[in-house]
Design a protein around this ligand. Structure first.
Ligand SMILES: Nc1ncnc2c1ncn2[C@@H]1O[C@H](COP(=O)(O)OP(=O)(O)OP(=O)(O)O)[C@@H](O)[C@H]1O
Ligand SMILES: [Mg+2]
Length: 343
């Protein structure tokens, strides 16, 4: 999907998290609404990391928040382990949802500025009324696990920490809840490059140690491909392509995914210049999606939503929404032109 479909779902598997036909819309007055996410389907298996990739405004954070039910999606279902979350009232929802934690895009503003590190890390458990004798010991252990010295940061408030330290506190807070699923919404985009690498390493180590399944949201191809097992590429609320992260730079087929890859330094070298898609993208960069505006999510294009920026668009793309279809092992794409053999 910059079309629709469920071809990428794995019905024989037992996912920790399944998202079915999730739609997120925001009414904005005069009968208009923002179509932020339009029919998303996800099955996240135990221990798996799914990367969600797309440019700014394509609906990544809206999807992450809707999975967390903050707020609930407009329609569709979200199932976490044995619980269908979308129909739950606030108390049972809080309980069921505690197994899933989200790390937000901006680490500093996601922490209450008046609270100290000790309380910030304990907050989730405190909401449940838990403040056992072993609480301080677990906070210390978790702070140490995320690379913070408990004695040094214990009484500090967020403004007394660096951005990287704040993100470590956010990760510690999430881990205190012993989650099965961690949703990371651009957890490193607000940090400088050297700290980004430290936090990404920390997330990978943490995932192994705590046996987590992870959704990792980012707009940066190089970050997503390194940390993920599979990558879902999102365009204007629709899924364009789902593919294994390994080798994705050369394997990607959807013109939008190729545009994203071609726009990173050295990315255009992933495709040869006689490749019909990449050739267009590389030679006609000024016309390519990387340099033009995303269409309005109030009134998305008919058919394939990517067609207005796609070098391969035909009349069929305006008339018909492409369905996801399998084009290789674990590789799915929603594009009429790939389907008709142009690529
Ligand atoms: N509460 C809201 N009310 C109205 N529109 C919203 C709301 N939240 C998000 N949107 C719109 O929904 C669309 C998707 O936004 P979202 O924040 O999910 O994008 P994103 O992919 O996370 O972008 P970024 O990479 O910049 O974080 C955008 O057009 C945004 O303006
Ligand atoms: Mg976002």
């Amino acid at each position: 999907m910059a079309g629709s479909g469920v071809a990428h779902m794995r019905p024989e598997s037992d996912p920790v998290l399944s998202v079915d036909q999730m739609v997120v819309e925001f009414p904005v007055g005069r009968g208009q609404k923002v179509h932020a996410v339009s029919g998303m389907n996800i099955d996240l298996l135990p221990g798996e990391t799914l990367g969600i990739l797309g440019e700014s405004g394509c609906g990544k954070s809206s999807a992450g928040r809707a999975i967390m039910q903050e707020p609930s999606p407009t329609s569709g279902t979200v199932r976490l382990l044995d619980h269908e979350l979308t129909g739950l009232k606030i108390k049972p929802l809080r309980k069921a949802r505690s197994r899933m934690q989200m790390i937000m895009q901006d680490p500093v503003s996601s922490l209450n500025p008046r609270r100290r590190v000790r309380d910030l890390v304990a907050e989730g458990l405190a909401i449940w009324g838990y403040d056992g004798d072993d609480m301080d010991a677990s906070i210390r252990e978790t702070l140490t696990a995320v690379g913070l010295d408990p004695d040094a940061v214990w009484d500090r408030r967020p403004h007394e920490l660096s951005g990287g330290q704040c993100q470590r506190v956010c990760i510690a807070r999430a881990l205190m809840m012993n989650p099965d699923v961690l949703i990371c919404d651009e957890p490193v985009s607000a940090l400088d490059v050297s700290v980004q690498a430290q936090i990404l390493n920390l997330l990978e180590r943490t995932k192994e140690k705590y046996d987590l399944s992870m959704i990792f949201i980012a707009h940066d191809v190089s970050v997503v491909k390194n940390i993920s097992d599979r990558v879902m590429v999102l365009y204007l609320g629709k899924t364009c392509e789902v593919l294994p992260s390994q080798g994705m730079q050369t394997r990607a087929l959807h013109p939008y995914t190729r545009t994203l890859i071609a726009s990173i330094p050295g990315g255009e070298q992933a495709f040869s210049s006689d490749d019909p898609v990449a050739g267009d993208l590389v030679e006609e960069k000024p016309r390519s999606a990387a340099t033009t505006e995303l269409p309005s999510p109030l009134n998305p294009p008919s058919g394939c939503r990517f067609r207005t920026r796609c070098p391969l668009a035909t009349e069929q793309c305006a008339a018909e929404e492409p369905q996801l279809r399998e084009v290789g092992q674990g590789h799915f794409i929603a594009c009429h032109n790939v389907a008709t053999g142009i690529v």
